[in-house]
Design a protein around this ligand. Structure first.
Ligand code: FAD
Ligand code: NAP
Length: 303
């Protein structure tokens, strides 16, 4: 029986574990893969206070390090369901059931798919969602990046170190990304833009060979050759396992108050999976600190 069982070991979950363990709670940190979450997909973090530059995996390592010394138990598993019996919470994975007095959901978000022909068939054969993981396989290629947010613009810049050229296609004529990232992209000689256009199809026999675009204003359809396509069109919440609890909005984001409390007593939600405006490492760790502290207060009150 854990005092608090945290699901997901991204920056939010690891911070909640730090705060809960330092309050002397018995803490379990349940993860389906490796610790670090989405931070593992980025080579360079420049907006985490205290570090001018740090890679995602390195920051993950630094967050993880103190948890073992504090007695946080690391548990491997993919959570499928959460059931509530009075004050008892049962967290159900593929092959085990864990019991806890409080649960902190920190399962983050996953990349959204475009849903166009060719995307699925050519996945890992030129279609990628992770420049850090796959970028080096595309040396000398002409690459396409789809999207106009921070991820698309930042990862396009990352890809220029390997690629011959990087084209960003965006469905509007204005980027959503932070101004600083935009300015860098506009001044990067290897990056060009296709505006007001959406991808209709990704084509290729065994690997990506070309991409078909439609101009959203004129309807004109064009096709251009590319050696790879990196897709960054936003995030979906990872919250399927919580659908029975009635704590999500219509898109699956989990609703909390300022104390990270959900509608179910003793269940908290933090980080990217929470319904909120700014999804960043800094906001994830802020949420985590609050939830770790709230779990402690809950245990003091209810035992
Ligand atoms: P996540 O990091 O998504 O971690 C969730 C964890 O939960 C994962 O480890 C996952 O395996 C686990 N999990 C999910 N479902 C289950 C389940 N059912 N059972 C068990 N475990 C589960 N932010 C910045 O501040 N600065 C940046 O420079 C920056 N760059 C980014 C670059 C890219 C390419 C991307 C994709 C994101 C970037 N972000 C950046 C955003 C930042 O990474 C996220 O806001 C942050 O990681 C969210 O943390 P989290 O702990 O809420 O969730
Ligand atoms: P995002 O901010 O939601 O941006 C998604 C982009 O994809 C938008 O430009 C959107 O267009 C476009 N888009 C969505 N659906 C599309 C579709 N079907 N077809 C074509 N284009 C589509 O997602 P993100 O860039 O992955 O960022 C996610 C979160 O991580 C954000 O909170 C971001 O700030 C954070 N992050 C931060 C950093 C950093 O701080 N350096 C780096 C990466 C990510 P519209 O603009 O028209 O909506």
């Amino acid at each position: 029986m854990y005092d608090t069982l945290i699901i997901g070991s991204g920056p939010a979950g690891m911070t909640a574990a730090l705060y809960a363990a330092r309050s002397n709670l018995k803490v379990g940190l349940l993860e389906r893969g490796i610790y670090g979450g989405q931070m593992n997909n980025t080579s360079e973090i420049e907006n985490y206070p205290g570090y001018a530059h740090i890679s995602g995996p390195e920051l993950a390592e630094k967050m993880f390090e103190p948890l073992e010394k504090l007695g946080v138990e690391h548990v491997f598993g993919l959570v499928k369901d959460i059931q509530v019996e009075g004050r008892l919470k049962k967290v159900i994975t593929e092959d085990a059931v864990f019991e806890a007095k409080t649960v902190i959901i920190a399962t983050g978000a996953s990349h959204r798919k475009l849903g166009v022909p060719g995307e699925e068939a050519l996945n890992s054969r030129g279609v990628s969602y992770c420049a850090v993981c796959d970028g080096a396989f595309f040396r000398g290629e002409d690459l396409l990046v789809v999207g106009g947010g921070d991820s698309a613009v930042e990862e396009a810049a990352f890809l220029t170190q390997f690629a011959n050229s990087v084209t960003i296609v965006h469905r509007r004529d204005e980027l959503r990304a932070q101004k600083l990232l935009q300015d860098r992209a506009f001044s990067n000689e290897k990056i060009s833009f296709i505006w007001d256009s959406v991808v209709k199809e990704i084509k290729g026999e065994n690997r990506v060979e070309s991409v078909v675009f439609e101009h959203v204003k004129t309807g004109q359809v064009t096709e251009q050759a590319f050696g790879g396509t990196f897709i960054y069109v936003g995030l979906d919440p990872v919250s399927d396992f919580a659908s029975g609890l009635g704590i999500t909005d219509e898109s699956g984001w989990i609703i909390t108050d300022d104390h990270m409390k959900t509608a179910v007593d003793g269940i908290y939600t933090i980080g990217d999976v929470r319904q909120k405006d700014l999804r960043q490492i800094t906001t994830a760790v802020g949420d985590g600190a609050i939830a770790g502290q709230e779990a402690y207060k809950y245990i003091v009150e209810h035992g």
